[in-house]
Design a binder for this molecule. Structure first.
Ligand SMILES: [Fe+2]
Ligand SMILES: [Fe+2]
Length: 319
């Protein structure tokens, strides 16, 4: 049991660590609300990586060439790896992957709204790489310096792979834009569908994001949603120009005074309805994840039985 005096000392130590931008590590004392917030954010991130395999995974069997298939397979596998690093980071806070998967399947925890949109053409593989992985990079690069150690270190590794994802998407779109009129039209149609949902990936506007202030005070988040959204727009506009695609926002223009782009707001009613479960693919994504989890039950059971057998054998050997 810790006394009130100990508790105050531990709290002060925790705050000093955060203020110095040092890391909080798994064995360090931390306020219960901090632990909960990190678990919620990292779990939501892990779920997004795992659910995010589905929209692109739909195209693996229909890739137009062996080269495109190899690239897409590797990319989707990377996302599985990202999910696993992140579930491991939450395990350091005492929450198992089984528990988190349960919370995902029952809808108690969310994942990024972007993955509830369908992929209707192969150009979507390129657009997801360019815009969705591009937005993910804007969100995640600052998280390499997040206050919780295992999360920050996972992000360093993940960001390196995300930048490859972004480039493969851009390269695919560039190849299509050099192709036929039909291919160029496919790219534009895909960008038209994904632009607004990509802006929504940064979350609601700052004045509708009640958790941001506390997360920033704890060093879990380092920038607000609107700051990151602005950074993404400023990064993406010149890439769109080089690609010869139009971003579907009539309000998008350079603002000389601010040294940044002005742009329109996504349809926030649509965002909230997708977050609440009413997006075009929410039910399908969860049903697919649940089926994969149920189908894999025997593998988990066999792995546990094997591990038990191994440990009883090594106990016998040392007895
Ligand atoms: Fe990822
Ligand atoms: Fe990615």
């Amino acid at each position: 049991m810790t006394s009130a005096v100990d508790e105050a000392r531990l709290q002060a130590q925790f705050e000093a660590t955060v203020a110095h931008k040092d890391r909080i590590e798994p064995r360090d004392w931390m306020p219960e609300a901090y632990r909960k917030t990190v678990v919620r954010q990292v779990a939501q991130h892990a779920h997004s990586e795992i659910i995010g395999m589905q929209p692109e995974g739909d195209w693996i069997g229909r890739a137009p060439s062996l080269r495109r298939k190899a690239i897409l397979l590797a990319k989707v596998q990377d996302e599985a790896g990202h999910g696993l690093y992140l579930y491991s980071a939450t395990e350091t806070l005492g929450v198992s992957r089984d528990e988190l998967t349960e919370r995902l399947i029952t809808g108690a925890q969310k994942y990024s709204s972007i993955f509830n949109y369908p992929t209707l053409s192969y150009a979507d593989v390129g657009t997801i790489g360019w815009l969705v992985d591009g937005a993910a990079i804007c969100n995640q690069v600052p998280l390499c310096r997040t206050s919780y150690g295992p999360y920050g270190r996972a992000m360093i590794r993940i960001c390196k792979e995300e930048s490859f994802h972004q480039r493969q998407g851009y390269e695919l779109l560039m190849t299509m834009m050099r192709g036929t009129d039909e291919q160029r039209a496919m790219v534009q149609e895909s960008v038209d569908r994904f632009w607004w949902p990509s802006l929504m990936m940064f979350g609601p506007p700052d004045d509708a994001s009640p958790n941001t202030a506390q997360s920033m005070a704890w060093g879990i988040k380092t920038h607000t949603n609107d700051e990151l959204r602005q950074r993404f727009v400023d990064m993406t506009v010149p890439q769109a120009v080089a690609l010869w695609v139009t971003l579907p926002d009539p309000e998008l223009r350079w603002n000389e005074e601010r040294g940044a782009h002005d742009f329109g707001q996504p349809d926030w009613d649509e965002f909230w309805s997708v977050v609440k479960g009413d997006g075009p693919c929410n039910a399908q994504r969860i049903a697919h994840r649940k089926k994969a989890w149920d189908d894999g039950a025997w593998v988990r059971e066999a792995a546990m039985a094997f591990a038990d057998k191994q440990s009883s054998q090594s106990e016998e050997a040392t007895a």
